[in-house]
Design a protein around this ligand. Structure first.
Ligand SMILES: Nc1nc2c(ncn2[C@@H]2O[C@H](COP(=O)(O)OP(=O)(O)OP(=O)(O)O)[C@@H](O)[C@H]2O)c(=O)[nH]1
Length: 294
């Protein structure tokens, strides 16, 4: 009877040890990458883990979908870069640099190790998209009330710790009900989306715009005192007034009333919001299309 052929190829001890080491390295990296759903953290973990195998001086990670451009280290003359994707889903681009050329073996090893990074990046993408959806108002594409509550609490703590100013502007569209009544809800929705984009265009990218509810928006201004917040509120008011909204054959003029408040000692989220809200109602009472300070 003929013996069945051995199924395992005989390998020299040296290459067997090498492949075991490679597998352990993959396992170590994969385990470490399971600890985070943040892009920057994942890239940092990955680069730290591969540093001994593929020494590099700098790493850059760009992910256009999430507006990320992260870099660390000092850029070297030689580079290798990879557009990371899985099943046609773009996961960003990773670039490593150093002063010496990367060898073919190193590049082969890097490509093999990058496989460990792909699925954690895909999970991070799904998680960050879900977070974005949970925090975004679908009509106006501004941050929603949940995001506002979370952010305001955090910003008050930060402002108090760093001894910085923090201001709030409440923006309430004037006579919005009559837009709905006269032109219908579709027009009302368009008006809200337009006002949101005018407000966003009117403030810095670092100032965050939220839809507080209905036809009311809040702008959160970090490191901004009452005087500056007043100036910004006046600019927002004037920008809203100067825009027009074309709806069918009609041209609509929209105005808003604004209330401003700045963080004081012993303020909490409620008292800060209350002062801006009260100031906004004062602006309504004084004839609308104006800014009042709380
Ligand atoms: N189309 C549309 N309308 C909304 C939305 N959310 C709230 N509204 C409407 O906004 C209107 C707000 O009306 P009011 O609170 O009376 O305020 P106003 O008409 O703007 O009057 P003042 O604030 O006093 O100037 C209501 O008719 C709501 O139904 C929305 O998402 N889409």
């Amino acid at each position: 009877m003929r013996e069945k052929a051995a199924e395992l190829a005989i390998v020299s001890n040296k290459s067997f040890e090498a492949s075991t080491a490679v597998n352990l390295h993959h396992f170590d990296i994969s385990s470490a990458l399971q600890t985070s759903l943040e892009f920057i953290e994942l890239i940092t973990i990955f680069c730290n883990k591969i540093q001994a195998t593929i020494p590099h001086n700098s790493a850059e990670y760009v992910n256009g979908e999430f507006d990320l451009n992260f870099s660390r280290g000092v850029i070297g003359r030689h580079s290798c870069s990879y557009a990371l994707k899985v099943e046609d889903q773009q996961l960003g681009e990773l670039k490593l640099t150093r002063s010496q050329r990367f060898s073919k073996d190193e590049l082969r090893m890097l490509e093999s190790l990058l496989c460990c990074l792909i699925y954690p990046l895909k999970n991070a993408t799904l998680f960050q998209k879900a977070l974005q959806m949970a925090y975004t108002d679908p009509l106006t594409k501004t941050h929603n009330r949940t995001a506002f509550n979370d952010t305001l609490m955090r910003e008050i703590i930060r402002a108090n710790r760093c001894g910085q100013n923090l201001s709030l502007i409440f923006v309430d569209v004037d006579h919005f009900k009559s837009i709905n009544d006269q032109y219908g809800h579709h027009c009302g929705d368009m008006a809200l989306a337009s006002v949101a984009s005018w407000i966003k265009d009117s403030v810095r990218a670092s100032d965050v715009v939220f839809r507080f509810g209905g036809e009311e928006f809040v702008i959160l201004l970090a490191d901004t005192n009452l005087e500056s917040a007043d100036t910004i509120a006046e600019r927002v008011r004037s920008d809203i007034e100067s825009h027009t909204l074309a709806y069918g054959m009609d041209v609509l003029n929209i105005t808003a009333s604004l209330g401003v408040s700045t963080l004081k000692d012993n303020d909490d989220t409620e008292s800060l919001i209350k002062r801006a809200d009260t100031a906004m109602y004062q602006a309504k009472q004084r004839g609308r299309n104006r800014v009042c300070l709380g």
